[in-house]
Design a protein around this ligand. Structure first.
Ligand code: M6R
Length: 607
C-alpha cells in the first residue's frame, strides 16, 4: 500500500529518490519523505500530501544533498496523514521506511516503554520498528536487523539506514514486494521495477526472508539466519517509455489505448495452429479435463473479469464456476475438494486478500491457477500454475488494460477447457479462437468512439447517483463499468441485473437520473430493451451501449453508443471500452485526479 525506494551511487540521491517515487506514487499518495546521508549525517525531509508537496517543501527549505538514502510514498494505515506520521521514521541511530503492516506493534511499543524508550512522535507502527532496531543496535546492523525480524510479525518490507554506516542502505523483504536494482557503480531498492527503469533494467527479486546490503554501488544478500545468498540477476522486459505517459494527459487514457496491443501480446503466444494452447503455463489438456468445480477468487476489477469468466466457462465447458470476493472467501470456510480448481486473478499479484486465499486453498489441497500481470509477484510464484497477462506496467489506479487482458485469458481458458472436455468441437474451438484474435482490431475501433463518450460524459457530471444495468454477460460487464465510474468520478453508481430492477431498486429512479444500459447480447436484447423502457417511463435519462447492428426503437435511448459487432460471447471485450471512456471523461470533466483517485492506492497489500 506504499512505495519504498533507496539509492547508493554517484548521482544526486534526493533527485533519484524523488524520480523513483514519482513512479510509485500510484501505490499511495497520502504522504512522502526521504532520508539521505549528507556529510555522514542522516537528513530527513518529509511532508503529508502528494510527492509534489514534498518537492515544493524541499525547494523552499533545501533538499538533503548526498549519495545514499531511502524514500517513501504511502497510503495512510496508522494515524491520519500528517507530517509527523510521514515516513521515514527514526530511532536515535536508525532511520527506516516501511511498506506493509506490523501486526504486533502495540506489544512492541509496550515492551519499549517498559524499557524506558518513550520518545514516540507518531501514531505509526513503523516508528515502533525504528525504535526497536535502535534498542537492539550494538554496532552490527545485520545482527540487529535479524533480531528485530524475529520479534515483529506482519507482512512488510523495510529500507533501513544506520547513522554510523554512512553510504550504506539495508533492505528487508517479508511478504511485501521489493526489488534491488543494479547499475554500473550504483544500486537501488524499489517496491516495483518501473521506479528504477530509467536508471537500470537489471534487478534482483528479493525473496521472502532476505536482507540486501547496498554499499559502494554493489549489493550482497543474506537470509534471516545471516547465511549469504546468491541471486540471479533479472532483466526487465519493458523500457522507460512504457512507464511514462508518452504524450497522453493521463496514464489511464494511455492504458486504454494500449489495450489492443496488450491483448495481442497476451493471446498470441498461447495460440498454436489456430487453437488455444496453455501448455507453456503448465496447463495441459489432461489437467483441464480433471476439474469438477471451479472457483474464481479476486478483488475489485479482477473479480469482475472473473464474473465474465464464469459465464463463458459455464456456457462452453459446462463446469460449475463460483466467483467470490477474496475478502469474503477467505473467512467463509469454503467447501473445497482436491479435484477443484481455484483461479486467483490479480493484476499486481500482491493483493493481501487474494494472497491469503491462495494460501488457504493450498492448505486444503485444491489446485491453484494464478492469472497475474506482474512477473515474479507473490501470487504468481506461489500458485501451482500461472498464466501471465502481458499488459505491461499498469500505473493508473483505475484498472483498464489489466482487466481487458484478464478477459482475454478467461476466453482462452474457457475455449481450451471446453475442447479438452469434449463440450465443443475442434471446428467451434477454432472459430472462437479466430474471433478472439480479431478483438484487438475491434477494440481499436471502439477506442475511436472517444468523441461520443466525451460528449455523453458531460451529461453525467451533475448526477449524484446513477445505475448501470445489463443482462447475462452485459450484467457482468456493467459491474466493472459501475466500479470504474464511481472510482474516479466520485458519482455514486450501482450495477444491477436489468431484470431485478423491479424488485426494489426501480424506486430510486427520479427525473433525469442517468441509467446506463449495456445491451450487447443479441439474444437478450428484447428483454433488456423492455427494462430500459421501464426506467425511461419513470423519468430516467437512458444511455444505451449496444452493437452497431442492434435493432430497437431508438426512442428508448436518450443517448446511444454503438460499438462494432463481433460474436455475442466476445462483446464484453469491446463494450468495456466505452465504459472506460465514459468514466475517464467524466472524471476529467469534473477536474478530478484521474490517475490517483482519492482514498485509493493501486496495490492493496493490507487487509
Ligand atoms: O492487483 P489486483 O488486481 O489484485 O487488484 C484488485 C483490485 O484492488 C483492483 O482491481 C481495484 O479494484 C482497481 N482499482 C479497480 O480499478
Amino acid at each position: 500500500m506504499c512505495g519504498i525506494v533507496g539509492y547508493v551511487g554517484p548521482r544526486d540521491c534526493s533527485d533519484v529518490l524523488v524520480s523513483a517515487l514519482t513512479k510509485l506514487e500510484y501505490r499511495g499518495y497520502d504522504y512522502a519523505g526521504i532520508a539521505v546521508f549528507e556529510n555522514g549525517k542522516i537528513e530527513v525531509a518529509k511532508s503529508k500530501g502528494r510527492l509534489s508537496d514534498l518537492v515544493a517543501k524541499m525547494e523552499k527549505e533545501g533538499k538533503p544533498k548526498g549519495h545514499a538514502g531511502i524514500g517513501h510514498t504511502r497510503w495512510a494505515t496508522h494515524g491520519e496523514p500528517s507530517d509527523v506520521n510521514s515516513h521515514p521514521h527514526s530511532g536515535r541511530r536508525v532511520t527506516i521506511v516501511h511498506n506493509g503492516i506490523i501486526e504486533n506493534y502495540k506489544d512492541i511499543k509496550k515492551f519499549l516503554i517498559e524499557n524506558d524508550r518513550t520518545e514516540f512522535l507518531s501514531d505509526t507502527d513503523t516508528e515502533v520498528v525504528a525504535q526497536l532496531l535502535d534498542f537492539y543496535y550494538d554496532g552490527n546492523p545485520i545482527r540487529c536487523i535479524r533480531k528485530v525480524l524475529h520479534e515483529i510479525r506482519g507482512s512488510f518490507a523495510l529500507g533501513i539506514v544506520f547513522a554510523d554506516r554512512p553510504e550504506t542502505v539495508y533492505a528487508v523483504r517479508c511478504e511485501s514486494p521489493l526489488i534491488v536494482g543494479q547499475g554500473p557503480g550504483e544500486a537501488f531498492i524499489a517496491s516495483d521495477v518501473p521506479a528504477i527503469i530509467k536508471y537500470t533494467k537489471d534487478y534482483y527479486l528479493l525473496e521472502y526472508g532476505e536482507i540486501a546490503v547496498l554499499k559502494n554501488g554493489s549489493v550482497s544478500f543474506c537470509d534471516f539466519h545471516g547465511r549469504m545468498v546468491e541471486k540471479e540477476l533479472k532483466t526487465a522486459d519493458f523500457d522507460e517509455d512504457s512507464a511514462e505517459k508518452g504524450g497522453f494527459e493521463h496514464f489511464m487514457i494511455k492504458e486504454i489505448h494500449e489495450q489492443p496491443t496488450a491483448v495481442k501480446t497476451t493471446i498470441t503466444p498461447r495460440i498454436e495452429d489456430g487453437l488455444p494452447n496453455l501448455s507453456e503455463c503448465g496447463i495441459t489438456k489432461e489437467t483441464l479435463k480433471s476439474f469438477n468445480n471451479i472457483f474464481i477468487v479476486a478483488c475489485g476489477t479482477a473479480m469482475h473479469a472473473g464474473m465474465v469468466g464464469k459465464y463463458v466457462i459455464e456456457k462452453l465447458a459446462r463446469v460449475s464456476v463460483t466467483v467470490d470476493i477474496a475478502s469474503e472467501f477467505r473467512y467463509r470456510d469454503p467447501l473445497l475438494n482436491t479435484d477443484d480448481l481455484v483461479i486467483i486473478i490479480s493484476q499486481s499479484g500482491e493483493t493481501a486478500d487474494s494472497k491469503a486465499v491462495l494460501n488457504l486453498v493450498k492448505e486444503k489441497g485444491a489446485k491453484t491457477l494464478a492469472i497475474v500481470n506482474v512477473k515474479g509477484s507473490s501470487i504468481a510464484r506461489e500458485a501451482d500454475m500461472v498464466i501471465y497477462t502481458h499488459a505491461g506496467p499498469e500505473i493508473a489506479v483505475a484498472s483498464t488494460k489489466a482487466y481487458m487482458v484478464q478477459l482475454s485469458v478467461m476466453y482462452l481458458l474457457a475455449f481450451e477447457m471446453a475442447f479438452a472436455k469434449g463440450k465443443i468441437t475442434e471446428e467451434k474451438c477454432r472459430r472462437l479462437t479466430s474471433e478472439l484474435q480479431k478483438t484487438p482490431e475491434v477494440i481499436e475501433k471502439a477506442i475511436g468512439l472517444s468523441y461520443n463518450c466525451q460528449y455523453i460524459s458531460t451529461k453525467l457530471i451533475t448526477a449524484d447517483s446513477l445505475l448501470y444495468i445489463g443482462r447475462g454477460l452485459d450484467y457482468a460487464l456493467s459491474m466493472e463499468g459501475s466500479l470504474k465510474l464511481k472510482e474516479i468520478s466520485y458519482i455514486h453508481s450501482e450495477s444491477y441485473a436489468a431484470g431485478e430492477l423491479k424488485h426494489g431498486t426501480i424506486s430510486l429512479i427520479t427525473e433525469g437520473m442517468p441509467v446506463i444500459a449495456v445491451a450487447t447480447q443479441t439474444s437478450l436484447l428484447e428483454k433488456t430493451i423492455s427494462n430500459i423502457k421501464e426506467v425511461k417511463a419513470r423519468g430516467a435519462m437512458t444511455i444505451v451501449i449496444c452493437d452497431d447492428e442492434a435493432e430497437f426503437d431508438d426512442e428508448v435511448a436518450d443517448h446511444i453508443i454503438r460499438i462494432p459487432k463481433i460474436s455475442e460471447m466476445l462483446m464484453p471485450m469491446v463494450a468495456t471500452v466505452p465504459m472506460q471512456l465514459l468514466a475517464y471523461y467524466t472524471s476529467v470533466n469534473k477536474g478530478n485526479d484521474v490517475d490517483k483517485p482519492r482514498n485509493l492506492a493501486k496495490s492493496v497489500t493490507v487487509e
